[in-house]
Design a protein around this ligand. Sequence first.
Ligand SMILES: Nc1ncnc2c1ncn2[C@@H]1O[C@H](COP(=O)(O)OP(=O)(O)OP(=O)(O)O)[C@@H](O)[C@H]1O
Ligand SMILES: [Mg+2]
Length: 524
Amino acid sequence: MLNWEMIKDLHVIQKLHQILGKWFSLDLVFLDEFGKLQSDLDPSSFEFNSYLFKNQITSPKGKEIFLQDLDSAVTLLNNSDEKVLEFDTFYPGVKGMINEVRADGAMVGYVIAYSFADSNFASSDSEKLIKKMEDIGHLKEEAELAAKKLSRLESFQLDYLKELMALYSDEISTYQQEITSREQRIKDLNSEVSNKYRYHMMIGKSKKMQQIYSLLEKISSSESTILVQGENGTGKELVAKAIHYNSPRKDKLFLAQNCSAFNDNLLDSELFGHVKGAFTGAVKDKKGLFAMADGGTLFLDEIGDTSLTMQVKLLRVLQEGTFTPVGSTTPQKVSVRIIAATNKPLKEMIAKGEFREDLYYRINVINVNLPPLRDRNEDIPLLMEHFLEKKCAEKGHQLKTFSKKCLEKMLDYSWAGNIRELENEIERLIVLAGEDNIITPDLLSARILEKTGGSGATGGLKGINTNGSLKEALSELEAYMIKEGLKRTNFNKSKLAKELGISRAGLIMKVDKYGLDKRVKKAS
Ligand SMILES: Nc1ncnc2c1ncn2[C@@H]1O[C@H](COP(=O)(O)OP(=O)(O)OP(=O)(O)O)[C@@H](O)[C@H]1O
Ligand SMILES: [Mg+2]
């Protein structure tokens, strides 16, 4: 079911109505999929463009006739293979145009443009029309004025009209598809987080995450060294913990060391420990992480940041299971499982001589490659719910909920790759909401709030020119729709082309024509 009220509020739709009014003195009405009128034609709220239509609707008989005309237009269209058709009405020479609206392949309604005549409309037709109007009770002056004001459209104008009608139904169907997918996502959000949607502390039901889970399931019990790769904030540390806590070593320690945070000497002493007097300040023996993690797991984070010297030492522990504390001469033996992580392209670093190939092969026995958040959008609702619960509990709040509008805004935002961005936003919202149990959209960070929703639902068309030629207005409208669409799809031209129902090549040409390319935009 379409929400026609919302559709009527769309800027694009309102603007199209204005253009139709300005150029052709036509009005637009909407019918649902059963052909039932969805427009409120009360003259106190509906701004009529067509004089005849306004008069017709305000006369009881006229309204009845209008509804009958709609019924026959729907029947006519349903029995034809066309998407858009001109139809004759009760009034001689007066026509309308009907266009079907589909969303996700299903018929969801109709848009009707009314009323006009074609260029053959002669003064004899005018007399017939006036006569007919008088017959059903219109005043003579009204009827005469209606006939006088009736738009006579040339055939090229009818073509424009058809194009505009097609734009209408495309806009509605794009909008509808977005609503459906958003509603599906909201439904997902409300469904419970079941076990197969998580592995240890990791959340996600996307295919990509399911694949990660089954890989982790297989490798946890093995003793192999593991290399976890992925962009910042994709959950590398979480994976390391999940492996440890599902492995036979789970009752021993899991220790983590960020290898980039230290200089070589300090890292040496952190990892391998030192003996008293090894260097100034070494006042007593210190146990290193390798010794402490004996029997457990050591997570070497940011391994791509280690020096070549450190890499040699790490290679030795991995190969021989022994290490020597700083200042000592006696090697110690340990059983530590190593999980390493990095967001650096180690292969490229090897080529440049920045990372030892032998160490790479030694740690990369099994590789876990984590997808960024933008590649698993379907996990976002689950993650939102997860962080909401987690953060509310951490902050000692009752469980809050997102208002529908707030949820919509968050789902519309294109989250990059780093899960922390989402996590931090939710934490921020909980803090800002204070004692309120409902999180409202006004609390959202500006970048999320400002992201304009699809189909120009919140976008503005204020700048569009309705005074120049129709062609100019259409071009401007087209440029506007493409510009908004590019923003909405993150410059995904294939996706946008599909949405707009044009070829990718066609879209690229238009982007070029209107200078909407990302680079061009930045430069200006
Ligand atoms: N699949 C997930 N489910 C739930 N929370 C997640 C998931 N992935 C990441 N997080 C959360 O996102 C944050 C970042 O995760 P983590 O520290 O594991 O990422 P990382 O890849 O090690 O990041 P960095 O590259 O910055 O070191 C953490 O708070 C973590 O709890
Ligand atoms: Mg990390």
